[in-house]
Design a protein around this ligand. Structure first.
Ligand code: PSU
Ligand code: MN
Length: 334
């Protein structure tokens, strides 16, 4: 193993088993606070496909024990398709990329007792030694630091309705402007302003690709009625596009939106439930990071658990797609 400065001095590079690793990954591999699970570490060293998973969806997005079943199921799907799962979370102030079975279990049990951590929360959570569940933004940052290129989730954050007065725009969008990772999701919920979300992603230079559809998906529903900025039809096309961006030295991420394979029947019902939940959230004075968890729980209640079923189904489907993208990308970069 040797450390050397690349010419031009933009980045140093670690040579490991004949492979050049970017500087950030060297730092991750060497003694920083990042805790990379041994199976994930081996896959990184051998250039095998890895899929990162977020943990806010586990702690704040679903109730226990359904959250644990979902988290385990998704990891199994990724393994079955030939990739290594890496769930990301903060445990006792240490950022983990890849959790053991028992770490995953205690995180699921802790539920909302784990602090919701977006990018701005990471440093303080680490310094305070707390347990934290990472959002799309924080997961992207930590996974990318470890050298992971593909990340699967359910729904991303975005621009909230009324953002012109509240300024409530998820840090997920800004993160994608500066972190080179492919985020596979089911689009964004109709809780959000989908058009504004796509505008902000465009401004930030983030490609938004819908898989096999011209219409941007809206989480519970496979279509939002808003045209997708870009369309690709297969995981290998997505892998090729991601590689092209990385090879060009682009530092931004990419959104891959996959239509929900188990849509909620009666889209109007779900919209009504979401609106009711939003009104309740406002009446209770909930703000910012507390809104989405409240809305998810409330919608699940009003739909008698149907929304949870649909949510689990779409995450499992995204895991298949994400694993296939990671496998193709590893083959291309081999
Ligand atoms: N949307 C969902 N389920 C979720 C989230 C969003 O349908 O669990 C979570 C994700 O972790 C996402 C975060 O990154 O909420 C966005 O939160 P905020 O808007 O506070 O940035
Ligand atoms: Mn917000």
């Amino acid at each position: 193993t040797l450390l050397r400065k690349a010419s031009g001095g933009q980045s140093a590079c670690l040579r490991r088993r004949g492979r050049h690793l970017p500087l950030r990954r060297c730092l991750a591999a060497w003694g920083s606070t990042l805790q990379i699970e041994p199976g994930v570490q081996r896959a990184l060293e051998e250039g095998r496909p890895i899929v990162a998973l977020e943990s806010t969806i586990i702690s704040h997005g679903m109730p226990y024990p359904e959250n644990l079943a979902m988290a385990r199921g998704v990891e199994d799907i990724i393994r079955e398709r030939g990739a290594v799962p890496a769930t990301v979370a903060v445990l006792q102030g240490r950022p983990h990329v890849g959790l053991t079975a028992s770490q995953l279990e205690s995180l699921a049990e802790a539920g909302p007792r784990a602090r919701k951590c977006s990018r701005r929360d990471l440093a303080v959570a680490l310094a305070q030694g707390v347990d934290g569940a990472t959002t799309v933004a924080a997961t992207s940052y930590l996974a990318s630091l470890a050298g992971v290129k593909v990340f699967v989730t359910g729904g991303m954050g975005g621009v909230h309705r009324g953002a012109e007065t509240t300024f409530d725009v998820s840090a997920d969008l800004a993160e994608l402007a500066q972190t080179p990772i492919v985020v596979v999701c089911a689009g964004v919920k109709s809780i959000l302003d989908i058009e504004k979300t796509l505008e902000v992603l465009e401004t930030n230079g983030v490609p938004v690709v819908s898989l096999g559809t011209d219409d941007f998906p809206a989480f519970f529903s496979p279509s939002s009625g808003v045209p997708s900025p870009l369309r690709l039809d297969t995981p290998s096309e997505v892998a090729a596009a991601a590689k092209a961006g990385f090879d060009l030295g682009m530092r931004n991420g990419m959104v891959v939106a996959v239509p929900n394979p188990a849509p909620m029947s009666g889209g109007a019902g779900i919209d009504a439930a979401i609106h009711e939940a939003l009104e309740q959230a406002e009446a209770r004075g909930l703000k910012g990071r507390d809104i989405t968890p409240f809305v998810l729980a409330s919608v699940n209640e009003t739909t008698g658990g149907h929304s949870l079923k649909s949510n689990v189904a779409l995450v499992r489907h995204n895991a298949k797609v994400g694993a296939d993208i990671a496998v193709q990308l590893a083959a291309l970069t081999g």
